[in-house]
Write a protein that binds this ligand. Structure first.
Ligand SMILES: NC(=O)c1ccc[n+]([C@@H]2O[C@H](COP(=O)([O-])OP(=O)(O)OC[C@H]3O[C@@H](n4cnc5c(N)ncnc54)[C@H](OP(=O)(O)O)[C@@H]3O)[C@@H](O)[C@H]2O)c1
Length: 337
């Protein structure tokens, strides 16, 4: 079977030519686990940090041996896991960039292939969607009348944040994204009231005009600077979710991200750090709530898709450079076996 590996250990932002496609033996089905064929592979920003040993203390894969780690939507080929049989569909955060994954039973979440398009389980119903839901409903507790700002708004986290906020009753939802194509997606497909292109001249004034009454909730995906900018537009008692600092994932030395404490005090703001791991045990609850939103056309998603495992490195480089438009997902195999 085919597997994507690192050619050698890296300490830089991953590029497509850091990876190699190798042929290796299909692993046996692990005791208590499953062997599953990878159908969709999710590419996520944290993997770039993990490959250079910068993510939550998790080790990078061994060069030329270990598969690049990644979340997968896969179909069980063989099972020794309770509650799973051949043919079942699973989502797992413990898959990899390989055609066949051997996964421990406790890391498999059985999914219903009929509630939404299968690839949705890599994005809007997968880890990014759960992150959005956790942050906007459980931490920020967004509801009636909230005015919400989110950056990286064209991506699966940001785009889902704004749409769920709206579903929960937010009166005004504004996004920030890089470039006109992303902003069009945010406004036309995700239905935000406005999306500000931070690469355009005068964007900070445009942001102020898009938030005439300020904001009550902000959701930070990009940087401490952006979080502080959001705070300048905040009403008092605003809530902020600190979800990601993607702008600093590949800087030379990891910055200390100074926050303006006086501004936080003056705004009486509540800031919450978010780690999605804390919400994995609520995944089924999220999918049960969100799948009907997708079916009803209230929760939309977009994909930046590559076909074939061999094209994962190129799409990953696009993601690392922030050029992805929508959820970065690789179609590794046909849904029909
Ligand atoms: N805390 C958690 O548990 C958790 C879980 C999942 C994800 N996250 C975080 O949530 C954020 C969004 O994740 P996502 O999967 O939805 O990603 P994404 O939005 O698909 O991709 C990241 C986006 O960040 C923006 N960006 C801004 N500065 C960048 C830079 N210097 N390099 C690369 N990209 C840059 C780009 O969009 P623009 O061009 O529009 O700026 C890029 O497309 C990330 O920070 C991620 O790490 C956190």
């Amino acid at each position: 079977m085919k597997r994507v590996v690192l050619k050698q250990a890296i300490d830089h932002k991953p590029r497509a030519d850091d990876f190699d496609l190798i042929e290796t033996d299909t692993p046996p089905c692990p005791e208590g686990g499953v062997l599953a064929r990878t159908v969709y592979l999710s590419l996520d920003p944290y993997v770039g940090s993990r490959l250079r040993g910068r993510h939550m203390g998790e080790a990078p894969p061994e060069p030329m041996v270990g598969a690049i780690p990644g979340a997968v939507v896969a179909q069980v080929i063989e099972s020794q896991a309770d509650g799973l049989t051949a043919g079942d569909w699973i989502q797992s955060m413990e898959g990899g960039w390989e055609e066949t994954c051997a996964i421990a039973g406790e890391h498999c979440r059985k999914i219903d292939a009929n509630v939404a398009p299968l690839s949705a389980h890599a994005g809007v119903l997968g880890m990014p969607g759960l992150t959005a839901w956790a942050g906007i409903t459980q931490l920020a507790k967004a509801g009636e009348g909230d005015i919400v700002l989110v950056d990286a708004a064209a991506g699966p986290v940001g785009g889902t944040v704004g749409q769920i906020a709206r579903i929960k009753g937010a009166s005004h939802v504004v996004g920030i994204a890089g470039g006109p194509e992303k902003c069009a997606l945010v406004e036309n497909t995700y239905g935000f009231d406005a999306c500000i292109d931070y690469k355009a001249h005068g964007w900070q004034d445009a942001l102020g005009q898009a938030l005439p009454d300020g904001l009550t909730v902000f959701f930070e995906n990009v940087s401490a600077d952006m979080a502080m900018l959001a705070l300048t537009h905040a009403q008092i008692y605003a809530r902020g979710v600190l979800c990601g600092l993607v702008d600093a994932y590949h800087t030379e030395s990891q910055s200390q991200h100074p926050l303006n404490a006086g501004l936080i005090i003056g705004k009486r703001a509540q800031l919450s750090g978010l780690v999605v791991y804390d919400f994995y045990d609520r995944w089924s609850e999220y999918v049960a709530e969100a799948a009907p939103w997708i079916a009803a056309g209230k929760l939309n998603f977009a994909e930046d898709r590559a076909e074939g495992l061999e094209n994962a490195p190129t799409l990953f480089e696009r993601l690392m450079d922030g050029q992805n438009i929508g959820k970065a997902v690789v179609a590794v195999a046909a849904e029909e076996a």
